[in-house]
Design a protein around this ligand. Sequence first.
Ligand SMILES: Cc1cc2nc3c(=O)[nH]c(=O)nc-3n(C[C@H](O)[C@H](O)[C@H](O)COP(=O)(O)OP(=O)(O)OC[C@H]3O[C@@H](n4cnc5c(N)ncnc54)[C@H](O)[C@@H]3O)c2cc1C
Length: 405
Amino acid sequence: MKPSSLEHCLKLLLLLALGGVTMHVPDADILSSLGALRLDGHFSFHDASAMARDFGNRCNLLPAAVLHPGSVSDIAATLRHVFSLGERSPLTVAARGHGHSLMGQSQAAGGIVVRMESLRGSDRLQVVHAGMSPFVDAPGGELWINVLRETLKHGLAPKSWTDYLHLTVGGTLSNAGVSGQAFRHGPQVSNVNQLEIVTGRGDVVTCSPEENSDLFYAALGGLGQFGIITRARIALEPAPKMVRWIRVLYSDFASFTEDQEMLIMAENTFDYIEGFVIINRTGILNNWRTSFKPQDPVQASRFQSDGKVLYCLELTKNFNTDEADIMEQEVTALLSRLRYIRSTLFHTDVTYLEFLDRVHTSEVLLMLVLTEVLIYRAIHIQKQHNIQRCLLASNSYMLFFKFVE
Ligand SMILES: Cc1cc2nc3c(=O)[nH]c(=O)nc-3n(C[C@H](O)[C@H](O)[C@H](O)COP(=O)(O)OP(=O)(O)OC[C@H]3O[C@@H](n4cnc5c(N)ncnc54)[C@H](O)[C@@H]3O)c2cc1C
């Protein structure tokens, strides 16, 4: 049944109330006062719809203005100005990294979105070899994949990661940043030596565990509520060249979790440990098995999952090519202590970059498959109907590409 427009409005009001969202539209004077700020970058007032969306695609909160900062001073000047408008000002401010949060966290209804990616670029990344404690100074709007590429040029890399690297430094540090290295190094927020933050008053403050520590610990995991992270000093370690990437399957949940806990507690263990559930109805198992080598191809080909839920333990051991033999021995010893289904041991050797960027590689593959499906659909429509609808369908996949970018 189609709801009446009154019902629709009531639902919208209820949703806004439940979500704690108040939509204020700033008056023209406030907007023109933003336009009058002297900046290295600029404000845009008319192309804000892209900043009203995020990866979740569930919230759509249109900002009044988007700041494309040309410098940290631009962010400071803007926040100083907003602060000077006083408490009655309707303007809220949200930093936006890569917009990959799910529920509108990087949106500002009727406010200002600060597009942090305007301040990224390899010339802004500075790797410092400080003896035993190397680090990189990275802009808050830089993508982790670019931090990795830049630090690898120096044979170094950050220690703790997210599974997906096409997220910004400020975006994940405002959450936690968790992946399979966290059992050893802690989440990404535990691997930061120092931050530069623009506070709500528009001050640019350097903070660390020793200096302005309250601000430092509040901003890390602070969901963007304690200031805007414009630079993060991230601890580095020597980067391995290669990774032995292993997957094994369990059908028994208790053995799966006990083995994970045992590995995490062990002193000499894997470098990355993660587990995931395979619902095993979507063909995902067969998809990844093709890019991994089974340890025992004959037994592996006989393995029947019968559509049962499976648990996958994903492990890696880092190595340099001249240490391959030692790596093999260590991996064999560790695996012998586990209780996985013996025929389901799969592995592959990839570069460190390939392993860390694995989710993006799958994303690109998925996009190609979807594109193929859409092209097929477009051709089918063309055959069935007329050229106009075909163009519509091909436009929809171009839009899809734009969205996934
Ligand atoms: C496909 C995918 C895979 C993911 N994988 C992982 C994973 O493996 N591990 C994990 O921990 N998380 C993961 N996440 C979650 C992800 O870490 C968060 O959603 C993160 O916030 C996204 O970063 P972003 O740059 O897109 O930030 P945005 O979505 O743009 O912003 C997120 C929040 O941080 C604030 N923010 C952004 N930049 C700054 C800044 N410079 N200063 C202050 N505040 C700022 C925003 O205001 C907002 O509140 C994943 C998300 C997706 C979509």
